[in-house]
Design a protein around this ligand. Structure first.
Ligand code: UT7
Length: 358
């Protein structure tokens, strides 16, 4: 029988620098009232000048390995889902693996925007169920603050930096990934885009002067598509797992906008106590948003062994992804507080803030 890919380790990292809505009013014409009522975001984390996509990845990955008690040398593969890599070339996964001491591991980056972590879970699990690899680290990470036009109020109030990781390990025990959906539709490629720096519009002094290396977004169109597609992807992943919405114990959605989350919650008729939300603290951290929310949901005691967890995301492309997993690990192995680091092999008690009560 094909091995199952169980989540045996998890970790998150949020930079310590907090940028509040009030701080943003000094940069653009906006208000705390507008941002909170339209998005649910109150603050976001911004990487320090010496932090990078690799350094954030290493922080959360170190915790994930410590929770599982796995030596980095045992890693077979490191997948880094990001749209804000250290460099266009080479892949961030390679520097992450080296920094971790994962000298045996293969590594590649995965670009599916905000849906990247879900694509990573599906890809990593496939490597395990095929028998090719036994230990796969999947990281969702963004330093989006470096790709934001801080004078564009349509985008700068939305995004934040952060990282989350899970370790997938082969096991004969039941559990792990039960079903998934991966979706893409390139007709909407201009909906969220960094227009320059690629083959269509190479970097030049003019593209720099025109601020074309930053994220541009057609918010309203994206909003409409996201609410429809997230619900569709969720339902399809559940169908593939032979489950229904009622079978799910905890829903962990991409934290892009509280109104999108609540819209999908309504469509799927999800009770509030089953829906984890932390957007108020971190904003939209793209590929990092689902793993960060998952780790905080576990820390908040929302996930226990045997629970079915449905993760869903939507992003630029457009892309979407959903994965339903059966949780098998003891959540007490690690309660992680943002910004703290676990010493290898020494899981510790919680200092994490409880999630927003909903
Ligand atoms: O990660 C996945 C990808 N991203 C998303 O899922 C984002 C999806 N879209 C959204 O979340 C929402 O569309 C936004 C939060 C981006 C915008 O909310 P909205 O209710 O769709 O507002 P809007 O874009 O239709 O703008 C309404 C008004 C406009 O003014 P006028 O034209 O009505 O006078 C905007 O110029 O709000 C204005 N506005 C702002 N006002 C204050 C836009 N941004 C701001 C701002 N502060 N930061």
């Amino acid at each position: 029988m094909a091995p199952n890919a169980l989540i045996t380790g998890w970790g998150m990292y949020a930079p310590s620098r907090i940028m509040t809505n009030e701080d943003l009013t000094k940069l653009v014409d906006t208000s705390d009232e507008w941002i909170v009522s339209r998005t649910g975001i109150r603050e976001r984390r911004i990487a320090a000048d010496d932090e990078t996509t690799t350094s954030l990845s290493v922080r959360c990955a170190t915790d994930a390995l410590a929770v599982a008690g796995l030596d980095p040398m045992e890693l077979d593969l490191v997948i880094v889902a990001t749209c804000s890599p250290d460099y266009p070339l080479p892949a961030t996964s390679v520097t992450v693996a080296t920094a971790l001491g994962a000298t045996r591991a293969a590594g590649f980056d995965l670009q599916a925007a905000c849906s990247g972590f879900l694509y990573g879970i599906a890809t990593g699990s496939s490597f395990i169920s095929s028998g090719m690899y036994r230990n796969v680290l999947v990281i969702g990470v963004e330093v989006l603050s470096r790709f934001i036009n801080w004078s564009d109020r349509n985008t700068c109030v939305l995004f934040g930096d952060g990282a989350g990781a899970v370790l997938l390990q082969a096991s004969d025990q039941p559990g792990g990934l039960l079903g998934f959906n991966l979706f893409s539709d390139g007709t909407g490629y201009e909906g969220i885009i960094v227009p320059a720096g690629g083959s269509v519009c190479p970097a030049s002094p003019q593209t720099s002067a025109d601020a074309k290396h930053f994220i541009q977004m057609a918010g309203r169109e994206v909003y409409k598509y996201a609410t429809r597609q997230m619900a569709d992807s969720a339902v399809d992943a559940l169908r593939n797992a032979g489950l229904t919405v009622d079978d799910v114990d905890q829903f962990v959605f991409h934290q892009a906008n509280l109104r999108i989350i609540e819209n999908v919650q309504k469509q799927l008729e999800i009770p509030a106590e089953k829906l984890f939300v932390n957007i108020e603290k971190y904003g939209n951290t793209s590929a990092a948003s689902v793993p960060m929310a998952l780790v905080e949901a576990v820390a908040a005691g929302r996930v226990k062994p045997g629970d079915k967890v449905l993760m869903v995301a939507f992003g630029a492309g457009y892309t979407a992804g959903a994965a339903v997993v059966e949780w098998t690990a003891d959540p007490n192995r690690a309660f992680l507080a943002p910004g703290e680091q676990t010493r290898l092999g020494q899981p510790r008690r919680s200092t994490a803030e409880p999630a927003l009560a909903r």
